[in-house]
Design a protein around this ligand. Sequence first.
Ligand code: ZN
Length: 182
Amino acid sequence: MLEVCLLGTGGMMPLPNRWLTALMTRLNGSSLLIDCGEGTQVAIREKGWSFHDIDVICFTHYHGDHISGLPGLLLSMGNAERKEPVTLIGPKGLERVVGALRTIAPELPFTLEFHELTEAEETIFCHGYEIEAYKVNHNVLCYGYSVVVRRGGRFFPELAAEHNVPQKFWNRLQKGETIEED
Ligand SMILES: [Zn+2]
């Protein structure tokens, strides 16, 4: 099941009960974050979701209210024993901007893998997510994201029975496997 949480929906202006921009999804133990405004790690704690499982972070653009929460979040992910690489996706300049923010979070127990967007539209596959990035209008280079999770095909037990498909194969067939059998 895909879970979606709007962690923060504020923009620029600090508000008492509203965090700056960040959206988080969870899918089969893998989390994805879109934008990481200031205080995003506090919003994640409030929600009770894990820092450890954040595999992908997408940035729409590099205004502070969308990215300045990154150094603190990365440090907290390190404290949460994150060891696996984290994929970062964003417009041109990603590695430079993140590198600058990393001067206050230099030592992390995991590596960062950068995917800089170069096309007007791109599709990236990672951790079970199909991420569609597309340029949008803003006063700086900016992308929107659609997160697509493909469903498995539908399995019809009554048809399988009718065609004498042994029941021991049903589970694997349902997951899309091809089975050869005498
Ligand atoms: Zn902006």
